[in-house]
Design a protein around this ligand. Structure first.
Ligand code: DX5
Ligand code: ZN
Length: 219
């Protein structure tokens, strides 16, 4: 299981060193939650902040856009150093055009679905994307409870990808911690985002190691 700590739960006064701390703790990706106060009822940070912390880690930056019009900001996030950009199927932008724009920058595109959106919403795009992110909380805030009833979506997406003869990385986001990670792993998750579960732990390295162990990984 790959672990992607969410910067949303870090100490915002020292975001660079917090990013560095996660790399040293054994993170696989850095997950960056961008919120615009429209698509979700919260505002976080944008491309300039991501650009500022980019030099603090060589890990892939997994940028999760919770914004109304992702298409209009792809150039900015590319320039800021994103490696993966995921955006919501529920956003207002044209999905195909946004995927193409992300790819034109040599960045890996992914689609995100909110809890009320069925897995089938991403089926038409599976051949064109690298990752599907299934939300296990309503997007907007860290520290919410894991919605276990979202897990069957993973198998539906995996099976459909197989049927289409394509591969897809499956990511879960929201409420993942020591109590829930094994359920995520059993359901077929490849990458788990964890905000509070890692950043608020006394020892981040131990927390990541523990999440990997509980998911069935040896190391
Ligand atoms: C929620 C964000 C998540 C959040 C996860 O909208 O997309 O990435 O930071 O935080 P935890 O792990 O605390 O639920
Ligand atoms: Zn996220």
């Amino acid at each position: 299981m790959k672990i992607a700590p969410s910067i949303l739960s870090c100490d915002f006064s020292v975001m660079g060193s917090e990013t560095e701390r996660m790399e040293k703790a054994g993170a696989d990706y850095i997950h960056l939650d961008v919120m615009d106060g429209h698509f979700v009822p919260n505002i976080t940070f944008g491309a300039p902040v991501i650009k500022a912390i980019r030099p603090y880690s060589s890990l892939p930056f997994d940028v999760h856009l919770m914004i109304e019009e992702p298409y209009n900001y792809i150039d900015d996030f590319a320039e800021a150093g994103a490696d993966i950009i995921t955006f919501h199927v529920e956003s207002r932008s044209d999905i195909e055009k946004t995927i193409e724009k992300i790819k034109a920058h040599g960045i890996k595109p992914g689609l995100v679905i909110k809890p009320n959106t069925p897995a089938s919403a991403v089926f038409p795009y599976l051949k064109d994307i690298f990752m599907v992110l299934v939300m296990t909380v309503e997007p907007g805030f860290g520290g919410q409870s894991f919605m276990e009833d979202m897990l069957p979506k993973l198998k539906l997406i995996r099976d459909e990808a197989e049927r289409q003869g394509t591969e897809i990385l499956l990511e879960l986001d929201g409420g993942i911690n020591e109590a829930t990670v094994s359920k995520a792993a059993q359901a077929g998750c490849d990458v788990c985002v964890s905000g509070t579960g890692v950043f608020k732990a006394v020892d981040a390295k131990q927390a990541i190691k523990r999440l990997k162990e509980l998911s069935g990984d040896i190391a």
